[in-house]
Ligand binder design. Structure first.
Ligand code: SAM
Length: 259
């Protein structure tokens, strides 16, 4: 009998009617990080056979959409799409469903437990997992609403810190977490991103701006792509070059750069 079949969470999933032991990983992630909330629109990338979809549906009671290259057996109250998350056409389909069915500007949470088929070659599998997680991050960027939440699985390895940096550039709060329901010997880890940052400005990006107003703290106020940027020492009417130091969901801080 495979080890799986004797596993505690495998048996628990069977007993409680979940399609996968992974269901308990999402429950543990949500207990800790409150990613899925009542009424949320949730998109699950790499969702087959559907354990996470069952949990997402229980937690939100709102619109839940599952995507996989494999067919997902029907779950009441859940919409499914057969598609590859790396393709723009799949992202477009997800966006259409969110708009049509929930009437929202974007999803509240994007969760991704997708995994490549494992070859057994550690560094190859690690690279493919990072590649898939990066596609999930790009997809999340396109379908999440401002301040949206994100969870993605990655197999650890030397490209992991670089991936964390990418997530940090997109979300205000980023953490890595290993749920108890992950097997002890597993290399998987979940990256949690909260408060999707706006697309209008990039951290370390350089822009030429004009100070349009002065804030209560004395900082100059400028706009980049209609997004408010506070510039220390900026004088009213002055045009100057700035570099973005910090980005918050509704505004950013920039500093003067010379030349
Ligand atoms: C570990 S399973 C997900 C289990 C699921 N969270 C559950 O609880 O039932 C990983 C899934 O990722 C899917 N997957 C891998 N690459 C994909 C891709 N490029 N696009 C969509 N799904 C993908 C696989 O087909 C597989 O069903």
């Amino acid at each position: 009998m495979p080890r799986d079949r004797r596993d505690y969470f495998y048996r628990k999933a069977k007993k409680e009617g979940y399609r996968s032991r992974a269901a308990f990983k999402l429950k543990q992630i949500n207990e800790r990080f409150n990613i899925i909330r009542k009424g949320d629109t949730v998109v699950d990338l790499g969702a087959a056979p559907g354990g996470w979809l069952q949990v997402a549906h229980e937690l939100s009671g709102g619109k839940v959409i599952g995507v996989d290259i494999l067919r997902i057996e029907e779950i009441e109250g859940v919409e499914t799409i057969k598609g590859d998350i790396r393709l723009d056409s799949t992202v477009e389909k997800i966006r259409e469903i969110i708009k049509k069915e929930s009437g929202k500007e974007g999803a509240d949470a994007v969760i991704c437990d997708a995994a490549p088929n494992l070859s057994g070659n550690w560094s190859y599998d690690h690279a493919r997992s990072i590649d898939l997680a990066t596609s999930a991050l790009e997809c999340a960027r396109k379908i999440l609403k401002p301040r949206g939440r994100f969870v993605v699985k990655v197999f650890q390895g030397d490209m992991f810190p670089g991936f964390m940096d990418k997530v940090r550039r997109q979300f205000t709060k980023v953490q890595a977490f290993s749920p108890e329901a992950s097997r002890k010997q597993s290399a998987e880890i979940y990256v949690i991103g909260k408060e999707l940052l706006p697309d209008a400005v990039k951290i370390n990006g350089r822009y030429t701006v004009t100070i349009e107003d002065i804030g209560a703290s004395g900082d100059g106020i400028a706009k980049v792509n209609d997004f408010v940027v506070f510039v220390k020492g900026g004088k009213l009417g002055e045009t100057l070059d700035i570099r973005i130091r910090h980005v918050k969901p509704n505004f950013a801080f920039g500093e003067r750069v010379e030349g």
